[in-house]
Design a protein around this ligand. Structure first.
Ligand code: PRT
Ligand code: ZN
Length: 300
Protein backbone atom coordinates (compact mmCIF):
# COMPACT_ATOMS: atom_id res chain seq x y z
CA UNK A 1 0.00 0.00 0.00
CA UNK A 2 1.38 3.41 -0.94
CA UNK A 3 -1.26 5.86 0.28
CA UNK A 4 -0.01 9.17 1.68
CA UNK A 5 -0.55 7.89 5.28
CA UNK A 6 1.89 5.09 4.59
CA UNK A 7 4.60 7.42 3.30
CA UNK A 8 7.35 8.62 5.62
CA UNK A 9 7.80 12.36 5.82
CA UNK A 10 11.25 13.70 6.68
CA UNK A 11 11.78 17.38 7.58
CA UNK A 12 15.04 18.68 6.14
CA UNK A 13 16.75 22.07 6.07
CA UNK A 14 15.70 23.83 2.85
CA UNK A 15 18.84 25.79 2.25
CA UNK A 16 21.77 25.98 4.61
CA UNK A 17 24.79 24.19 5.97
CA UNK A 18 23.01 20.87 6.49
CA UNK A 19 21.11 20.68 3.19
CA UNK A 20 23.63 19.25 0.72
CA UNK A 21 25.08 16.78 3.16
CA UNK A 22 21.62 15.51 4.22
CA UNK A 23 20.49 15.08 0.60
CA UNK A 24 23.77 13.38 -0.29
CA UNK A 25 23.42 10.87 2.56
CA UNK A 26 19.84 10.02 1.55
CA UNK A 27 20.96 9.61 -2.07
CA UNK A 28 23.72 7.25 -0.92
CA UNK A 29 21.03 5.23 0.88
CA UNK A 30 19.44 4.74 -2.55
CA UNK A 31 16.62 7.28 -2.24
CA UNK A 32 15.63 9.19 -5.39
CA UNK A 33 13.45 12.31 -5.28
CA UNK A 34 11.57 14.66 -7.61
CA UNK A 35 11.37 18.21 -6.28
CA UNK A 36 8.08 20.14 -6.42
CA UNK A 37 7.96 23.41 -8.42
CA UNK A 38 7.90 25.54 -5.24
CA UNK A 39 10.92 23.48 -4.03
CA UNK A 40 9.31 22.87 -0.63
CA UNK A 41 8.58 19.20 -1.16
CA UNK A 42 10.52 16.25 -2.58
CA UNK A 43 8.56 13.19 -3.64
CA UNK A 44 10.33 9.85 -3.16
CA UNK A 45 10.37 8.07 -6.53
CA UNK A 46 11.59 4.65 -5.49
CA UNK A 47 10.63 4.41 -1.80
CA UNK A 48 7.64 5.70 0.21
CA UNK A 49 9.75 8.51 1.67
CA UNK A 50 9.09 12.22 1.03
CA UNK A 51 10.97 15.32 2.17
CA UNK A 52 9.58 18.57 3.51
CA UNK A 53 12.10 21.39 3.05
CA UNK A 54 11.91 23.99 5.82
CA UNK A 55 14.03 26.27 8.03
CA UNK A 56 16.09 24.21 10.44
CA UNK A 57 14.51 25.94 13.45
CA UNK A 58 11.09 24.56 12.44
CA UNK A 59 12.25 20.94 12.22
CA UNK A 60 11.96 19.88 15.91
CA UNK A 61 8.45 21.41 16.13
CA UNK A 62 7.24 19.67 12.96
CA UNK A 63 8.42 16.31 14.30
CA UNK A 64 7.14 16.94 17.82
CA UNK A 65 3.71 17.81 16.41
CA UNK A 66 3.80 14.68 14.22
CA UNK A 67 3.53 16.67 10.98
CA UNK A 68 6.72 14.84 9.97
CA UNK A 69 7.82 11.39 11.13
CA UNK A 70 11.54 12.16 11.05
CA UNK A 71 13.71 15.27 10.95
CA UNK A 72 17.38 16.04 10.38
CA UNK A 73 18.79 19.00 12.30
CA UNK A 74 21.70 20.08 14.47
CA UNK A 75 21.67 18.95 18.10
CA UNK A 76 21.90 22.63 19.05
CA UNK A 77 18.54 23.39 17.40
CA UNK A 78 16.95 20.22 18.80
CA UNK A 79 18.19 20.79 22.34
CA UNK A 80 17.10 24.43 22.25
CA UNK A 81 13.57 23.40 21.26
CA UNK A 82 13.46 20.64 23.88
CA UNK A 83 14.54 23.01 26.65
CA UNK A 84 12.30 25.86 25.44
CA UNK A 85 9.26 23.54 25.52
CA UNK A 86 10.28 22.27 28.95
CA UNK A 87 10.74 25.80 30.29
CA UNK A 88 7.17 26.53 29.07
CA UNK A 89 5.84 23.51 30.94
CA UNK A 90 5.41 21.25 27.90
CA UNK A 91 7.32 18.28 26.55
CA UNK A 92 9.10 17.71 23.24
CA UNK A 93 7.43 14.71 21.63
CA UNK A 94 10.43 13.45 19.68
CA UNK A 95 13.47 11.26 20.33
CA UNK A 96 16.95 11.47 18.92
CA UNK A 97 17.48 8.19 17.08
CA UNK A 98 20.64 8.55 15.00
CA UNK A 99 23.82 10.67 14.98
CA UNK A 100 24.95 11.50 11.44
CA UNK A 101 28.56 12.55 12.02
CA UNK A 102 28.44 15.79 10.01
CA UNK A 103 27.66 19.43 10.84
CA UNK A 104 30.04 19.24 13.79
CA UNK A 105 30.32 22.43 15.80
CA UNK A 106 30.09 23.60 19.38
CA UNK A 107 28.00 26.18 21.16
CA UNK A 108 30.58 28.20 23.04
CA UNK A 109 30.95 31.31 25.12
CA UNK A 110 33.41 33.83 23.73
CA UNK A 111 34.90 36.93 25.28
CA UNK A 112 36.66 40.00 23.84
CA UNK A 113 40.34 39.09 23.37
CA UNK A 114 41.50 41.31 26.24
CA UNK A 115 38.83 40.21 28.76
CA UNK A 116 39.72 37.92 31.67
CA UNK A 117 37.95 34.62 32.05
CA UNK A 118 38.41 32.32 35.02
CA UNK A 119 35.52 29.87 34.54
CA UNK A 120 31.71 30.23 34.57
CA UNK A 121 31.80 32.40 37.72
CA UNK A 122 33.32 35.16 35.56
CA UNK A 123 29.92 35.40 33.84
CA UNK A 124 28.20 36.53 37.06
CA UNK A 125 26.24 39.79 36.54
CA UNK A 126 27.36 40.16 32.92
CA UNK A 127 25.34 40.42 29.68
CA UNK A 128 25.62 37.51 27.23
CA UNK A 129 24.27 37.78 23.68
CA UNK A 130 22.94 34.61 22.04
CA UNK A 131 20.35 33.04 19.73
CA UNK A 132 20.24 30.02 22.07
CA UNK A 133 18.42 31.45 25.08
CA UNK A 134 17.07 28.19 26.53
CA UNK A 135 20.41 26.32 26.32
CA UNK A 136 22.32 29.25 27.80
CA UNK A 137 19.75 29.71 30.57
CA UNK A 138 20.02 26.01 31.43
CA UNK A 139 23.83 26.20 31.42
CA UNK A 140 23.92 29.26 33.68
CA UNK A 141 21.44 27.69 36.06
CA UNK A 142 23.50 24.51 36.33
CA UNK A 143 26.62 26.60 37.01
CA UNK A 144 24.76 28.69 39.61
CA UNK A 145 25.48 31.92 37.70
CA UNK A 146 23.21 34.95 37.38
CA UNK A 147 23.61 36.83 34.09
CA UNK A 148 21.47 38.83 31.65
CA UNK A 149 20.73 37.01 28.42
CA UNK A 150 20.44 39.32 25.40
CA UNK A 151 18.54 37.59 22.58
CA UNK A 152 19.82 38.25 19.05
CA UNK A 153 18.59 36.25 16.07
CA UNK A 154 21.84 36.71 14.10
CA UNK A 155 25.18 38.52 13.91
CA UNK A 156 25.72 37.70 17.58
CA UNK A 157 29.48 38.15 17.22
CA UNK A 158 29.23 41.91 16.83
CA UNK A 159 27.28 42.42 20.09
CA UNK A 160 30.33 43.16 22.30
CA UNK A 161 31.68 45.72 19.79
CA UNK A 162 28.29 47.46 19.78
CA UNK A 163 28.31 47.57 23.58
CA UNK A 164 25.24 45.34 23.75
CA UNK A 165 26.91 42.48 25.62
CA UNK A 166 30.06 41.51 27.54
CA UNK A 167 30.16 37.94 26.20
CA UNK A 168 28.52 36.00 23.40
CA UNK A 169 27.31 32.40 23.22
CA UNK A 170 27.31 31.20 19.62
CA UNK A 171 28.15 28.29 17.35
CA UNK A 172 31.81 27.83 16.47
CA UNK A 173 33.43 25.45 14.03
CA UNK A 174 36.79 26.69 12.72
CA UNK A 175 36.91 29.68 15.07
CA UNK A 176 37.73 32.12 12.26
CA UNK A 177 34.55 34.21 12.77
CA UNK A 178 35.49 34.74 16.41
CA UNK A 179 39.07 35.66 15.49
CA UNK A 180 37.85 38.12 12.84
CA UNK A 181 35.76 39.83 15.51
CA UNK A 182 38.58 39.88 18.10
CA UNK A 183 36.80 37.36 20.29
CA UNK A 184 38.30 34.42 22.16
CA UNK A 185 36.50 31.14 22.82
CA UNK A 186 36.49 30.56 26.58
CA UNK A 187 33.89 27.92 27.41
CA UNK A 188 32.14 25.07 25.59
CA UNK A 189 28.44 24.93 26.44
CA UNK A 190 27.56 21.96 24.22
CA UNK A 191 28.93 19.96 21.31
CA UNK A 192 26.72 19.48 18.29
CA UNK A 193 26.35 17.47 15.09
CA UNK A 194 23.48 16.68 12.74
CA UNK A 195 21.12 14.01 14.09
CA UNK A 196 17.86 12.32 13.11
CA UNK A 197 14.88 12.72 15.39
CA UNK A 198 11.68 10.67 15.27
CA UNK A 199 8.21 11.57 16.48
CA UNK A 200 7.05 9.87 19.71
CA UNK A 201 3.78 9.04 17.95
CA UNK A 202 4.11 5.32 17.11
CA UNK A 203 4.50 4.65 13.38
CA UNK A 204 2.57 1.95 11.56
CA UNK A 205 4.44 -1.33 11.26
CA UNK A 206 5.08 -0.70 7.55
CA UNK A 207 6.47 2.78 8.15
CA UNK A 208 8.65 1.66 11.05
CA UNK A 209 10.08 -1.09 8.86
CA UNK A 210 11.04 1.51 6.24
CA UNK A 211 12.63 3.69 8.92
CA UNK A 212 14.66 0.73 10.19
CA UNK A 213 15.71 -0.04 6.64
CA UNK A 214 16.92 3.53 6.06
CA UNK A 215 18.85 3.48 9.36
CA UNK A 216 20.49 0.19 8.40
CA UNK A 217 21.52 1.66 5.06
CA UNK A 218 22.87 4.74 6.85
CA UNK A 219 25.00 2.44 9.01
CA UNK A 220 26.39 0.99 5.81
CA UNK A 221 27.04 4.38 4.22
CA UNK A 222 28.74 5.83 7.31
CA UNK A 223 30.88 2.75 7.87
CA UNK A 224 31.86 2.60 4.21
CA UNK A 225 33.02 6.21 4.41
CA UNK A 226 35.60 5.30 7.06
CA UNK A 227 36.56 2.02 5.46
CA UNK A 228 39.24 1.09 2.96
CA UNK A 229 39.77 -2.14 1.09
CA UNK A 230 43.45 -2.97 1.40
CA UNK A 231 45.35 -5.43 -0.78
CA UNK A 232 49.03 -6.25 -0.32
CA UNK A 233 51.65 -8.94 -0.66
CA UNK A 234 53.28 -10.11 2.57
CA UNK A 235 56.25 -12.40 3.20
CA UNK A 236 54.93 -15.43 5.12
CA UNK A 237 57.61 -14.76 7.75
CA UNK A 238 56.16 -11.28 8.49
CA UNK A 239 52.48 -12.17 8.06
CA UNK A 240 51.49 -11.95 11.74
CA UNK A 241 53.20 -8.56 12.14
CA UNK A 242 51.62 -7.18 8.96
CA UNK A 243 48.10 -8.38 9.83
CA UNK A 244 48.46 -6.81 13.27
CA UNK A 245 49.22 -3.45 11.61
CA UNK A 246 45.94 -3.41 9.65
CA UNK A 247 43.62 -1.09 11.61
CA UNK A 248 40.24 -2.55 12.53
CA UNK A 249 40.58 -5.45 10.08
CA UNK A 250 38.66 -8.52 11.17
CA UNK A 251 39.91 -11.84 9.79
CA UNK A 252 41.67 -10.74 6.59
CA UNK A 253 41.62 -13.05 3.58
CA UNK A 254 44.98 -14.74 2.95
CA UNK A 255 45.50 -15.96 -0.62
CA UNK A 256 48.49 -18.02 -1.88
CA UNK A 257 50.46 -16.50 -4.75
CA UNK A 258 50.97 -18.61 -7.82
CA UNK A 259 54.64 -19.50 -8.20
CA UNK A 260 55.75 -17.80 -4.98
CA UNK A 261 55.75 -19.89 -1.82
CA UNK A 262 57.42 -17.22 0.32
CA UNK A 263 54.69 -14.62 -0.08
CA UNK A 264 50.90 -14.44 0.25
CA UNK A 265 48.31 -11.85 -0.79
CA UNK A 266 46.37 -10.24 2.07
CA UNK A 267 42.97 -8.60 1.45
CA UNK A 268 41.20 -6.77 4.29
CA UNK A 269 38.58 -4.12 5.00
CA UNK A 270 40.20 -1.62 7.36
CA UNK A 271 38.68 1.24 9.30
CA UNK A 272 40.81 4.34 9.24
CA UNK A 273 40.28 7.60 7.40
CA UNK A 274 43.92 8.60 6.96
CA UNK A 275 45.91 5.62 5.80
CA UNK A 276 49.34 7.07 4.96
CA UNK A 277 51.12 6.27 8.22
CA UNK A 278 49.77 2.72 8.26
CA UNK A 279 50.94 2.25 4.66
CA UNK A 280 54.45 3.35 5.58
CA UNK A 281 54.49 1.00 8.59
CA UNK A 282 53.21 -1.89 6.45
CA UNK A 283 55.95 -1.27 3.92
CA UNK A 284 58.62 -1.17 6.64
CA UNK A 285 57.31 -4.51 7.94
CA UNK A 286 57.95 -6.06 4.51
CA UNK A 287 54.62 -5.62 2.69
CA UNK A 288 54.76 -4.89 -1.05
CA UNK A 289 52.34 -4.19 -3.94
CA UNK A 290 50.14 -2.16 -1.60
CA UNK A 291 46.74 -1.08 -2.93
CA UNK A 292 44.14 0.92 -0.97
CA UNK A 293 40.66 1.23 -2.49
CA UNK A 294 37.62 3.19 -1.30
CA UNK A 295 34.61 1.15 -0.18
CA UNK A 296 31.36 2.35 -1.70
CA UNK A 297 28.70 0.32 0.10
CA UNK A 298 28.71 -2.04 3.03
CA UNK A 299 26.05 -4.21 4.67
CA UNK A 300 27.19 -6.16 7.71
O1 PRT B 1 17.76 29.34 7.24
P1 PRT B 1 17.90 28.36 8.36
O2 PRT B 1 17.27 28.83 9.65
O3 PRT B 1 17.45 26.99 7.97
O4 PRT B 1 19.47 28.20 8.60
P2 PRT B 1 20.44 28.84 9.69
O5 PRT B 1 21.07 30.03 9.10
O6 PRT B 1 19.77 28.96 11.02
O7 PRT B 1 21.49 27.65 9.91
P3 PRT B 1 22.85 27.30 9.15
O8 PRT B 1 22.54 26.77 7.79
O9 PRT B 1 23.85 28.40 9.26
O10 PRT B 1 23.34 26.12 10.11
C1 PRT B 1 22.61 24.95 10.25
C2 PRT B 1 23.27 24.08 11.30
O11 PRT B 1 24.62 23.80 10.92
C3 PRT B 1 23.42 24.68 12.69
O12 PRT B 1 22.23 24.64 13.45
C4 PRT B 1 24.52 23.81 13.29
O13 PRT B 1 23.97 22.61 13.81
C5 PRT B 1 25.38 23.47 12.07
N1 PRT B 1 26.66 24.21 12.03
C6 PRT B 1 27.90 23.65 11.95
C7 PRT B 1 26.84 25.54 12.06
C8 PRT B 1 28.22 25.78 11.99
N2 PRT B 1 28.85 24.59 11.92
C9 PRT B 1 28.70 27.15 12.00
N3 PRT B 1 29.92 27.35 11.96
N4 PRT B 1 25.95 26.57 12.10
C10 PRT B 1 26.41 27.83 12.07
N5 PRT B 1 27.74 28.16 12.05
C11 PRT B 1 28.05 29.64 12.00
C12 PRT B 1 28.13 30.26 13.40
O14 PRT B 1 26.84 30.68 13.81
C13 PRT B 1 29.07 31.44 13.18
O15 PRT B 1 28.40 32.55 12.61
O16 PRT B 1 29.31 29.86 11.43
C14 PRT B 1 30.02 30.89 12.13
C15 PRT B 1 31.21 30.33 12.83
O17 PRT B 1 31.94 29.49 11.99
P4 PRT B 1 33.53 29.44 12.11
O18 PRT B 1 33.93 28.33 11.20
O19 PRT B 1 34.06 30.77 11.68
O20 PRT B 1 33.86 29.12 13.57
ZN1 ZN C 1 17.95 28.47 11.55
Amino acid sequence: MDTSEQRIKIALQKSGRLTDHSLDLLARCGLKFTQSKDQLFCYGENMPVDLLLVRDDDIPGLVSEDVCDLGIAGLNVIHEKRLALHQNGSTALFDQIYALDFGHCRLAIAAPEEADYGGPKSLQNTRIATSYVAILEDFLQREGVDADIVYLSGAVEIAPRLGRADFICDLVSSGSTLAANHLREVQTVMKSEAVIIQTREPLSEVKQEWVNRILQRLDGVLQARESKYVMLHAPRSALAEIVALLPGAESPTIIPLDGDNDKVAVHAVCRESDFWETLENLKSAGASSLLVLPVEKMLL
